[in-house]
Ligand binder design. Structure first.
Ligand SMILES: Cc1ncc(COP(=O)(O)O)c(C=O)c1O
Length: 433
């Protein structure tokens, strides 16, 4: 499609001109907006059978949660999947399974949803916050600099749908014998060099919260290829494995069973998630089509650089990220695009709180804890110098995010929407770059 030059040359909407995009915006709930008969059918089976708990009900029924786990493991190419009630629960269960606890450090990127970092504190360990690079995922060189003999895990967050540099991170994991925990909350179904995300790490955590690619409202999944890690995550998420079929069986390995919490998934959530899993590949195909259509029309604009994708084929295509020459231009560009009818935003603004950027994680920076004793920061098992966190501790991350424009790519937008978004980007670029 050729870009309409009369629109591009028109007066900017922010200055009172006509907007380039005139169609309504579609919110970013790819799975949520696709909810239909498939979800209703499975939910109705749960209700008709009055079988709301995976381990029992009035009559024997196959568990939807169990079926979800079986199909999830198969789709993602792993041996074990464990359904839980959120990604935060999946992260904490995974960290606990990995043996992270008092005295441990865990490396996490400075650009991720706060939950990735809070889960470390939840597992009683100390977060070590690392830089991201121009893929907006962990910078492997900075990770390596931050490894100590206390590092017990690296959380590799596939941020905004893009795979981390898995080759480099796996090499670091091997070199220092530190496990990787993939946080796949924002990249369900994505891949790296042909392998699905969530199949590289020792343990991996997915989200099924409503804003994610597929959803059950709330929900999460742990995946692993290691039986002991699966058993430990299972035990932790199920108050010491107390409801699994061999609930009174003796531990089969040392460290297999210990008191835990209840992060179990309900059958209602399992039913919705199971139907959604069947839609995952179609949703990815739609978002990839949309993103490719927009990108092909804005390639080569002077002053616009695309985000590095680490593996373009594995990108889930949930977002389009553009780097502009400097912060001042970025601050003008995003509102101008918004005025053109495109849901775009700057990523980092010091004055605007955002749970995704470490500089705004006040509760980590100030080492706020649930009780006055201040664990994990004051824990006597911790033998390192307690980190000093500050908003400017990861300058590369802030520098990159300060020049970044972000747009969601909903699965449900049309080709016409994509063309109008591309036209709007040309129009604002012509005025400001
Ligand atoms: C990268 C990342 N990790 C973890 C989470 C936490 O997911 P949940 O809300 O399912 O606990 C989110 C949710 O937004 C996320 O984006």
């Amino acid at each position: 499609m050729a870009i309409d030059s009369s629109v591009v040359n028109g007066k900017l909407a922010i200055d009172g001109g006509a907007p380039a995009k005139t169609t309504p915006n579609i919110p970013m709930y790819p799975g949520g907006l696709s909810i239909g008969e498939e979800e209703k059918k499975l939910v109705m089976e749960v209700l008709d059978n009055k079988y709301l708990f995976r381990y029992y009900g009035p009559a024997d029924c196959p568990s939807k949660v169990r079926e979800l786990e079986v199909q999830w493991a198969e789709k993602m190419g792993v041996k074990y999947a464990l359904a839980v009630n959120s990604c935060t629960s999946a992260l904490i269960s995974s960290l606990t399974a990995l043996g992270v606890g008092p005295g441990s450090e865990v490396i996490v990127p400075g650009y991720t949803f706060f939950a990735s970092c809070a889960s470390i504190v939840g597992a009683k360990a100390i977060p070590i916050i690392a830089e991201v690079d121009k893929s907006l995922t962990l910078d492997p060189a900075d990770v390596e600099k931050k490894i100590t003999d206390r590092t017990k895990a690296i959380i590799a967050v596939h941020m905004r749908g893009v795979p981390c540099k898995m080759d480099e991170l796996m090499a670091i994991s091997k070199k220092y014998n530190v496990p990787i925990l993939e946080d796949v909350a924002q990249a369900c179904g994505g891949s790296y060099k042909g392998k699905r995300l969530g199949s590289f790490g020792d343990c991996n955590a997915y989200s099924l919260q409503y804003h994610k690619i597929i959803t059950s409202g709330e929900g999460g999944i742990v995946t692993t290829n290691d039986e002991l890690l699966y058993d430990r995550a299972q035990a932790y998420h199920d108050t010491a494995a107390c409801w699994r079929p061999d609930r009174f069986g003796l531990p089969r390995y040392e460290g297999e069973v210990f008191p835990g919490v209840n992060f179990r998934m309900s059958e209602l959530h399992g039913a919705v998630a199971l139907a959604q899993l069947g839609k995952l590949d179609n949703l990815l195909a739609q978002m990839r089509h949309n993103k490719a259509r927009i990108k092909s029309q804005i390639t080569g604009i002077d002053g616009i650089e695309f985000r590095e994708l680490n593996d373009a084929d594995g990108d889930t295509a949930i977002s389009l990220v553009l780097f502009l020459p400097d912060e001042a231009t970025t601050r003008k560009f995003a509102p101008a695009l918004k005025a053109e009818g495109v849901e775009a935003g700057c990523i980092f603004d010091k004055g605007v709180p955002d749970w995704h950027i470490y500089a705004h994680w006040k509760m980590i920076i100030d080492k706020v804890t649930a009780t006055p004793e201040g664990c994990p920061y004051t824990c006597s098992y911790y033998k390192g110098p307690v980190p000093t966190y500050s908003p400017d501790m990861n300058p590369n991350t802030l520098n990159i995010l300060g020049k970044t424009i972000h747009m969601d790519i909903p699965a449900q937008i049309t080709d016409q929407d994509c063309d109008m978004i591309a036209t709007a980007i040309h129009k604002v670029a012509k005025a400001y770059l």
